[in-house]
Design a protein around this ligand. Structure first.
Ligand SMILES: [Zn+2]
Length: 369
Protein backbone atom coordinates (compact mmCIF):
# COMPACT_ATOMS: atom_id res chain seq x y z
CA UNK A 1 0.00 0.00 0.00
CA UNK A 2 1.13 3.47 -0.73
CA UNK A 3 1.50 5.11 2.62
CA UNK A 4 2.24 2.11 4.78
CA UNK A 5 5.83 1.61 5.77
CA UNK A 6 7.16 -1.24 7.85
CA UNK A 7 9.71 1.08 9.37
CA UNK A 8 9.96 4.80 8.86
CA UNK A 9 13.38 6.36 8.63
CA UNK A 10 14.70 7.42 12.01
CA UNK A 11 11.49 6.82 13.96
CA UNK A 12 11.01 8.09 17.50
CA UNK A 13 14.42 9.61 17.87
CA UNK A 14 16.36 7.04 15.86
CA UNK A 15 19.68 5.69 17.04
CA UNK A 16 19.72 4.23 20.48
CA UNK A 17 15.97 4.33 20.90
CA UNK A 18 14.85 1.13 22.60
CA UNK A 19 11.65 1.19 20.57
CA UNK A 20 12.06 1.96 16.90
CA UNK A 21 8.90 0.66 15.31
CA UNK A 22 6.61 2.80 13.21
CA UNK A 23 3.80 2.02 10.83
CA UNK A 24 1.42 4.01 8.72
CA UNK A 25 -2.10 2.92 7.83
CA UNK A 26 -4.52 4.63 5.50
CA UNK A 27 -8.25 4.07 5.75
CA UNK A 28 -11.37 5.58 4.20
CA UNK A 29 -12.61 8.24 6.61
CA UNK A 30 -16.29 8.13 5.71
CA UNK A 31 -18.08 4.92 4.78
CA UNK A 32 -21.77 5.20 3.94
CA UNK A 33 -23.73 2.03 3.32
CA UNK A 34 -27.45 1.93 2.67
CA UNK A 35 -30.46 2.49 0.47
CA UNK A 36 -30.22 5.70 -1.55
CA UNK A 37 -26.97 6.97 0.00
CA UNK A 38 -25.85 8.19 -3.46
CA UNK A 39 -27.85 11.34 -2.62
CA UNK A 40 -25.36 12.02 0.21
CA UNK A 41 -22.62 12.62 -2.36
CA UNK A 42 -22.63 16.47 -2.27
CA UNK A 43 -22.77 16.53 1.53
CA UNK A 44 -19.87 14.05 1.70
CA UNK A 45 -17.81 16.23 -0.68
CA UNK A 46 -18.49 19.24 1.56
CA UNK A 47 -17.44 17.28 4.65
CA UNK A 48 -14.07 16.82 2.96
CA UNK A 49 -13.97 20.52 1.97
CA UNK A 50 -13.55 19.55 -1.68
CA UNK A 51 -13.34 22.60 -3.98
CA UNK A 52 -16.12 22.83 -6.56
CA UNK A 53 -14.28 21.37 -9.56
CA UNK A 54 -14.22 17.58 -9.73
CA UNK A 55 -14.61 14.63 -12.07
CA UNK A 56 -16.64 11.45 -12.19
CA UNK A 57 -14.83 8.45 -13.65
CA UNK A 58 -17.26 5.77 -14.74
CA UNK A 59 -17.81 3.12 -17.42
CA UNK A 60 -20.13 2.94 -20.42
CA UNK A 61 -22.68 0.77 -18.58
CA UNK A 62 -22.12 2.00 -15.04
CA UNK A 63 -22.67 5.56 -16.30
CA UNK A 64 -26.30 4.62 -16.90
CA UNK A 65 -26.57 2.73 -13.64
CA UNK A 66 -25.18 5.45 -11.37
CA UNK A 67 -22.34 7.47 -12.96
CA UNK A 68 -24.53 10.00 -14.75
CA UNK A 69 -26.76 10.32 -11.71
CA UNK A 70 -23.74 10.98 -9.47
CA UNK A 71 -22.59 13.75 -11.85
CA UNK A 72 -26.12 15.23 -11.98
CA UNK A 73 -26.53 15.22 -8.21
CA UNK A 74 -23.20 17.03 -7.79
CA UNK A 75 -23.87 19.52 -10.61
CA UNK A 76 -27.31 20.28 -9.21
CA UNK A 77 -25.60 21.10 -5.93
CA UNK A 78 -23.23 23.63 -7.50
CA UNK A 79 -20.23 21.44 -8.31
CA UNK A 80 -18.56 21.68 -11.69
CA UNK A 81 -18.14 18.09 -12.87
CA UNK A 82 -16.36 16.53 -15.84
CA UNK A 83 -17.50 13.00 -16.60
CA UNK A 84 -14.91 10.64 -18.09
CA UNK A 85 -16.01 7.30 -19.53
CA UNK A 86 -13.21 4.83 -18.86
CA UNK A 87 -12.82 1.45 -20.51
CA UNK A 88 -10.71 -1.53 -19.40
CA UNK A 89 -8.29 -1.08 -16.50
CA UNK A 90 -4.98 -0.88 -18.33
CA UNK A 91 -1.93 1.31 -17.93
CA UNK A 92 -2.77 2.99 -21.25
CA UNK A 93 -6.28 3.80 -20.09
CA UNK A 94 -4.92 5.28 -16.84
CA UNK A 95 -2.62 7.48 -19.00
CA UNK A 96 -5.52 8.56 -21.21
CA UNK A 97 -7.86 9.42 -18.31
CA UNK A 98 -5.08 11.26 -16.45
CA UNK A 99 -4.20 13.42 -19.44
CA UNK A 100 -7.87 14.14 -20.14
CA UNK A 101 -8.21 15.52 -16.61
CA UNK A 102 -4.92 17.37 -16.37
CA UNK A 103 -5.13 21.16 -16.71
CA UNK A 104 -8.84 21.26 -15.90
CA UNK A 105 -8.35 22.23 -12.28
CA UNK A 106 -9.98 19.01 -11.07
CA UNK A 107 -9.51 18.75 -7.31
CA UNK A 108 -11.31 15.50 -6.50
CA UNK A 109 -12.52 12.34 -8.21
CA UNK A 110 -15.53 10.10 -7.78
CA UNK A 111 -15.03 6.58 -9.12
CA UNK A 112 -18.39 5.07 -10.08
CA UNK A 113 -18.41 1.49 -11.30
CA UNK A 114 -17.38 -2.07 -10.66
CA UNK A 115 -13.86 -3.15 -9.84
CA UNK A 116 -12.10 -1.91 -12.98
CA UNK A 117 -13.44 1.69 -12.90
CA UNK A 118 -12.66 2.00 -9.20
CA UNK A 119 -9.17 0.62 -9.91
CA UNK A 120 -8.58 3.21 -12.65
CA UNK A 121 -9.77 5.96 -10.31
CA UNK A 122 -7.42 4.74 -7.54
CA UNK A 123 -4.41 4.98 -9.80
CA UNK A 124 -5.41 8.26 -11.49
CA UNK A 125 -6.04 9.84 -8.05
CA UNK A 126 -2.58 8.72 -6.89
CA UNK A 127 -1.02 10.12 -10.05
CA UNK A 128 -2.82 13.49 -9.93
CA UNK A 129 -2.35 13.62 -6.14
CA UNK A 130 -5.97 14.39 -5.46
CA UNK A 131 -8.47 12.60 -3.18
CA UNK A 132 -11.24 10.37 -4.44
CA UNK A 133 -14.53 8.86 -3.36
CA UNK A 134 -15.48 5.32 -4.30
CA UNK A 135 -19.06 4.68 -5.36
CA UNK A 136 -19.23 0.98 -6.22
CA UNK A 137 -21.98 -0.26 -8.52
CA UNK A 138 -21.10 -3.88 -7.76
CA UNK A 139 -19.07 -5.77 -5.18
CA UNK A 140 -17.37 -8.55 -7.11
CA UNK A 141 -14.20 -8.60 -4.98
CA UNK A 142 -12.68 -7.11 -1.84
CA UNK A 143 -10.82 -4.29 -3.64
CA UNK A 144 -13.46 -1.56 -3.12
CA UNK A 145 -11.64 0.00 -0.19
CA UNK A 146 -8.22 -1.62 -0.46
CA UNK A 147 -4.98 0.18 -1.26
CA UNK A 148 -4.26 -1.89 -4.37
CA UNK A 149 -5.45 -1.83 -7.96
CA UNK A 150 -5.28 -4.48 -10.70
CA UNK A 151 -4.15 -3.27 -14.11
CA UNK A 152 -4.25 -5.52 -17.15
CA UNK A 153 -1.31 -5.71 -19.51
CA UNK A 154 -0.48 -7.97 -22.42
CA UNK A 155 -1.96 -11.20 -21.07
CA UNK A 156 -1.00 -10.39 -17.47
CA UNK A 157 -2.58 -8.70 -14.50
CA UNK A 158 -0.40 -6.70 -12.20
CA UNK A 159 -1.32 -5.49 -8.75
CA UNK A 160 -0.32 -1.85 -8.39
CA UNK A 161 -0.07 0.38 -5.34
CA UNK A 162 -2.76 2.99 -5.49
CA UNK A 163 -4.63 5.58 -3.45
CA UNK A 164 -7.15 4.55 -0.79
CA UNK A 165 -10.52 6.26 -1.20
CA UNK A 166 -11.12 8.97 1.41
CA UNK A 167 -14.74 7.90 1.40
CA UNK A 168 -16.86 4.97 0.24
CA UNK A 169 -20.51 5.43 -0.68
CA UNK A 170 -22.06 2.00 -1.11
CA UNK A 171 -25.66 2.41 -2.21
CA UNK A 172 -27.43 -0.92 -1.75
CA UNK A 173 -30.21 0.17 -4.16
CA UNK A 174 -27.56 0.59 -6.88
CA UNK A 175 -25.52 -2.53 -6.12
CA UNK A 176 -28.59 -4.82 -6.04
CA UNK A 177 -29.13 -3.98 -9.73
CA UNK A 178 -25.79 -5.52 -10.71
CA UNK A 179 -25.86 -9.18 -11.81
CA UNK A 180 -26.02 -11.41 -8.70
CA UNK A 181 -23.02 -13.35 -9.99
CA UNK A 182 -20.85 -10.35 -9.07
CA UNK A 183 -22.03 -10.17 -5.46
CA UNK A 184 -21.67 -13.95 -5.08
CA UNK A 185 -18.11 -13.59 -6.39
CA UNK A 186 -17.36 -10.85 -3.85
CA UNK A 187 -18.66 -13.11 -1.08
CA UNK A 188 -16.50 -16.00 -2.32
CA UNK A 189 -13.45 -13.71 -2.33
CA UNK A 190 -14.09 -12.89 1.34
CA UNK A 191 -14.80 -16.54 2.26
CA UNK A 192 -11.36 -17.34 0.83
CA UNK A 193 -9.81 -15.28 3.64
CA UNK A 194 -10.14 -18.45 5.74
CA UNK A 195 -7.31 -20.20 3.91
CA UNK A 196 -5.31 -17.00 3.41
CA UNK A 197 -5.10 -16.61 7.19
CA UNK A 198 -4.02 -20.25 7.68
CA UNK A 199 -1.29 -19.72 5.05
CA UNK A 200 -0.19 -16.54 6.82
CA UNK A 201 0.05 -18.34 10.20
CA UNK A 202 2.05 -21.10 8.53
CA UNK A 203 4.48 -18.54 7.09
CA UNK A 204 4.83 -17.02 10.56
CA UNK A 205 5.75 -20.41 12.05
CA UNK A 206 8.02 -21.55 9.22
CA UNK A 207 9.50 -18.28 8.03
CA UNK A 208 9.13 -15.91 10.94
CA UNK A 209 7.01 -13.65 8.79
CA UNK A 210 5.53 -10.59 10.48
CA UNK A 211 1.97 -11.13 11.71
CA UNK A 212 -0.81 -8.74 12.60
CA UNK A 213 -3.42 -10.16 14.96
CA UNK A 214 -5.65 -7.16 14.24
CA UNK A 215 -5.52 -7.69 10.47
CA UNK A 216 -6.05 -11.46 10.77
CA UNK A 217 -8.98 -10.96 13.19
CA UNK A 218 -10.68 -8.47 10.85
CA UNK A 219 -10.13 -10.73 7.86
CA UNK A 220 -11.48 -13.77 9.72
CA UNK A 221 -14.44 -11.82 11.06
CA UNK A 222 -15.34 -10.80 7.50
CA UNK A 223 -15.19 -14.41 6.26
CA UNK A 224 -17.21 -15.79 9.18
CA UNK A 225 -19.90 -13.12 8.72
CA UNK A 226 -20.42 -14.22 5.13
CA UNK A 227 -20.34 -17.94 5.99
CA UNK A 228 -22.76 -17.50 8.92
CA UNK A 229 -25.20 -15.47 6.79
CA UNK A 230 -24.80 -17.44 3.56
CA UNK A 231 -28.47 -18.43 3.47
CA UNK A 232 -29.52 -14.75 3.55
CA UNK A 233 -27.49 -13.82 0.47
CA UNK A 234 -29.84 -14.20 -2.48
CA UNK A 235 -30.44 -12.64 -5.91
CA UNK A 236 -32.62 -9.54 -6.26
CA UNK A 237 -32.74 -8.94 -2.52
CA UNK A 238 -31.34 -5.61 -1.42
CA UNK A 239 -30.86 -6.87 2.13
CA UNK A 240 -28.33 -9.39 0.76
CA UNK A 241 -26.19 -6.51 -0.43
CA UNK A 242 -26.50 -4.95 3.01
CA UNK A 243 -25.30 -8.18 4.67
CA UNK A 244 -22.45 -8.81 2.20
CA UNK A 245 -21.06 -5.34 1.62
CA UNK A 246 -19.79 -4.68 5.14
CA UNK A 247 -17.59 -7.80 5.39
CA UNK A 248 -16.34 -7.00 1.85
CA UNK A 249 -15.32 -3.53 3.05
CA UNK A 250 -13.82 -4.92 6.28
CA UNK A 251 -11.59 -7.24 4.22
CA UNK A 252 -10.17 -4.16 2.50
CA UNK A 253 -9.56 -2.59 5.90
CA UNK A 254 -7.71 -5.74 7.02
CA UNK A 255 -5.30 -5.26 4.09
CA UNK A 256 -4.78 -1.61 5.04
CA UNK A 257 -3.96 -2.67 8.61
CA UNK A 258 -1.47 -5.30 7.42
CA UNK A 259 0.03 -3.02 4.80
CA UNK A 260 -0.25 -5.86 2.29
CA UNK A 261 -2.81 -8.24 0.81
CA UNK A 262 -1.51 -11.06 3.11
CA UNK A 263 -4.62 -11.32 5.35
CA UNK A 264 -6.88 -11.88 2.33
CA UNK A 265 -4.64 -13.58 -0.19
CA UNK A 266 -2.89 -16.95 0.15
CA UNK A 267 -2.64 -20.22 -1.76
CA UNK A 268 -6.25 -19.93 -2.99
CA UNK A 269 -5.36 -16.63 -4.66
CA UNK A 270 -2.24 -18.18 -6.20
CA UNK A 271 -4.52 -20.86 -7.66
CA UNK A 272 -6.79 -18.14 -9.08
CA UNK A 273 -3.85 -16.23 -10.59
CA UNK A 274 -2.57 -19.49 -12.13
CA UNK A 275 -5.99 -20.18 -13.62
CA UNK A 276 -6.06 -16.64 -15.08
CA UNK A 277 -2.83 -17.45 -16.91
CA UNK A 278 -3.78 -20.94 -18.03
CA UNK A 279 -7.44 -20.73 -18.96
CA UNK A 280 -8.68 -19.19 -22.18
CA UNK A 281 -11.89 -18.20 -20.37
CA UNK A 282 -11.20 -17.85 -16.67
CA UNK A 283 -13.97 -17.27 -14.14
CA UNK A 284 -14.29 -14.17 -11.98
CA UNK A 285 -11.50 -13.51 -9.50
CA UNK A 286 -13.63 -14.11 -6.40
CA UNK A 287 -15.26 -17.22 -7.86
CA UNK A 288 -11.88 -18.81 -8.53
CA UNK A 289 -10.59 -17.88 -5.07
CA UNK A 290 -13.65 -19.52 -3.51
CA UNK A 291 -13.02 -22.77 -5.37
CA UNK A 292 -9.34 -22.47 -4.48
CA UNK A 293 -10.26 -22.08 -0.81
CA UNK A 294 -12.19 -25.40 -0.84
CA UNK A 295 -9.07 -27.23 -2.06
CA UNK A 296 -6.53 -25.33 0.05
CA UNK A 297 -8.64 -25.91 3.17
CA UNK A 298 -8.46 -29.63 2.38
CA UNK A 299 -4.65 -29.35 2.22
CA UNK A 300 -4.65 -27.53 5.57
CA UNK A 301 -6.69 -30.38 7.08
CA UNK A 302 -9.49 -27.95 7.91
CA UNK A 303 -13.25 -28.06 7.42
CA UNK A 304 -13.35 -27.68 3.64
CA UNK A 305 -16.97 -28.86 3.48
CA UNK A 306 -18.03 -25.81 5.46
CA UNK A 307 -16.42 -23.57 2.81
CA UNK A 308 -18.02 -25.55 0.02
CA UNK A 309 -21.46 -25.51 1.64
CA UNK A 310 -21.33 -21.75 2.17
CA UNK A 311 -20.43 -21.22 -1.49
CA UNK A 312 -23.19 -23.61 -2.59
CA UNK A 313 -25.73 -21.82 -0.40
CA UNK A 314 -24.81 -18.44 -1.87
CA UNK A 315 -24.79 -19.84 -5.40
CA UNK A 316 -21.08 -19.27 -6.08
CA UNK A 317 -19.20 -21.86 -8.16
CA UNK A 318 -17.72 -24.92 -6.42
CA UNK A 319 -16.63 -26.88 -9.49
CA UNK A 320 -14.47 -26.45 -12.59
CA UNK A 321 -17.58 -26.76 -14.71
CA UNK A 322 -19.36 -23.94 -12.85
CA UNK A 323 -16.26 -21.76 -13.23
CA UNK A 324 -16.40 -22.40 -16.95
CA UNK A 325 -12.91 -23.91 -17.04
CA UNK A 326 -11.81 -27.45 -17.88
CA UNK A 327 -10.76 -30.12 -15.40
CA UNK A 328 -7.33 -30.13 -17.00
CA UNK A 329 -6.95 -26.39 -16.46
CA UNK A 330 -7.78 -26.77 -12.75
CA UNK A 331 -5.20 -29.53 -12.32
CA UNK A 332 -2.54 -27.54 -14.18
CA UNK A 333 -3.32 -24.40 -12.17
CA UNK A 334 -2.99 -26.35 -8.91
CA UNK A 335 0.37 -27.78 -9.95
CA UNK A 336 1.62 -24.35 -11.05
CA UNK A 337 0.20 -22.15 -8.26
CA UNK A 338 3.26 -22.30 -5.94
CA UNK A 339 5.43 -20.73 -8.65
CA UNK A 340 3.27 -17.62 -9.17
CA UNK A 341 4.50 -15.50 -6.34
CA UNK A 342 7.37 -17.25 -4.64
CA UNK A 343 7.86 -14.73 -1.82
CA UNK A 344 4.34 -15.48 -0.58
CA UNK A 345 4.81 -18.68 1.41
CA UNK A 346 1.71 -20.89 1.60
CA UNK A 347 0.61 -24.49 2.24
CA UNK A 348 1.83 -25.20 -1.31
CA UNK A 349 5.41 -24.81 -0.07
CA UNK A 350 8.33 -24.24 -2.40
CA UNK A 351 7.65 -27.19 -4.67
CA UNK A 352 3.87 -27.20 -4.87
CA UNK A 353 1.70 -30.25 -5.42
CA UNK A 354 2.55 -32.94 -7.93
CA UNK A 355 0.24 -33.52 -10.85
CA UNK A 356 -1.08 -36.75 -9.32
CA UNK A 357 -1.71 -35.05 -6.00
CA UNK A 358 -3.40 -32.15 -7.79
CA UNK A 359 -5.76 -34.57 -9.56
CA UNK A 360 -6.60 -36.30 -6.29
CA UNK A 361 -7.10 -32.99 -4.48
CA UNK A 362 -9.45 -31.66 -7.13
CA UNK A 363 -11.35 -34.96 -7.29
CA UNK A 364 -11.75 -35.61 -3.56
CA UNK A 365 -13.14 -32.08 -3.03
CA UNK A 366 -15.54 -32.50 -5.95
CA UNK A 367 -14.07 -29.57 -7.90
CA UNK A 368 -13.31 -31.96 -10.73
CA UNK A 369 -15.82 -34.68 -11.50
ZN1 LIG B 1 -9.22 -11.47 -3.81
Amino acid sequence: MGESRAALADPLGGDGSPFGKAKGMVFPRIVLVGHGVISELPETCRQFDFPSVGAVITGPRTAELAGNRAAEILTHDGFSITTVIAREATGAEVDRVSSELRGRGVKFLVGVGGGSKIDITKVVAARLRIPFLSLPTSAAHDGISSPRASLHGAGTVTSTEAAVPVGVIADTAVIVQAPFRLLASGCADVISNTTAILDWRLAVRLRGEEFSTTAATLSDYAAQEIIDHADAIKPNLEESVWIAIRPILVAGIAMSVAGSSRPCSGSEHLFSHALDRISAHPGLHGEQCGVGAIMMMYLHGGDWRRIKNALLTIGAPTTARELGVTNEEVVRALAMAHSIRTERYTILGDNGVTRDAAERLATVTGVVA
